[in-house]
Design a protein around this ligand. Sequence first.
Ligand SMILES: [Ca+2]
Ligand SMILES: [Ca+2]
Ligand SMILES: [Ca+2]
Length: 363
Amino acid sequence: MRYEHIKAFDIPDGWYKALERIWTKGDSFFVGYGSEITETKKLNLTIPSNWQFNPGTGSVSTTQGDDITLLGGYTSGCGRRAIDPAGTVLQVSVSGRVLDLNVSNGGDIRVDGFTIKDGDLSGDGAGVYAASSSSSGAPGDVTLANNIVTGNSSSLASGKGGGVYAVSYTTTTDIAGDITLVNNIVTGNSADFGGGVYAGSFSSSGAAGDVTCTNNTLTDNNADYGGGIYLYASGSPGGSINAYNNIVWGNTASTGGDVYLNKGPNIANAFYNDGSDSAGDDWDYGDSTNFDLDPKLTSNYHLRPGSPCIDAGTNDAPALPATDVEDDQRMIDGDRNGTEIADIGADEFISKAILTFLMLLLN
Ligand SMILES: [Ca+2]
Ligand SMILES: [Ca+2]
Ligand SMILES: [Ca+2]
């Protein structure tokens, strides 16, 4: 491992420069950010030498079945990691995607612990384009966790996923991969389909995988179809679309302000979500655990005291993360009634009283 001193925060296109060097040298690098004196967070990249990088577009692809794993939040020297997306920023200064990730022949993609902002292009996935595909055998899974995705915009007619385009697809009879989104804050993005997120699993001749969204906050996104999120599953029956503990509220679209569901013959489960305006297919098992109330968010999308999302989720959600988007423990007894219940959204609320108690313990 070597440390490549590129300041992705101070130089907005530092991410591209880093990838270019990685491609040139075929080695592993850490990418720092911030000033040389105060830098604290780094990106840990491990890029096999057979990967392809196109310096013109910043895209990374591999056809060897390798995984692409991007983890943010490393401390100086990369000895320790703390999830801190607010302090680990990837952005572009010119029009283009922030992250363009393609794997084929079975590789998985994971993007975990970044702010991804200001992507702007005429195409799918202005912030993050993450696709695992296969023309022989099963494609891999795509996971986005602990990210802040904001201010990304697709200007393409029929463009999908202003903030995030996450898909797994195959032209074979195999089962497509799973798409998992947990602990992401997605705000202020726009596209034609899925202003915040377009998430899909589809197989030409086999079954779809599962598309699971747990504890995300999607708000202030805009689209024609699915302002917050467009969820897609296609293929023979077998996959399920799961939405648990999410805030998908206050997004706008011509059709499906918060959610557009296109599930094909597959099952859709929606429980313990805050949001209302959905269109397309019905949720098969949506029930009274969902509600439509102002989540009472702060300016940086944390839960305010008195939020109806505090202790309002379920601890049995699939892929429930053990921490929140800023690495706070989940679950915390936010309403102080003696029972620890997961909150709804990417933030787990800590009351001032609990915080004071924890500070006393630490001191
Ligand atoms: Ca809680
Ligand atoms: Ca409680
Ligand atoms: Ca928190």
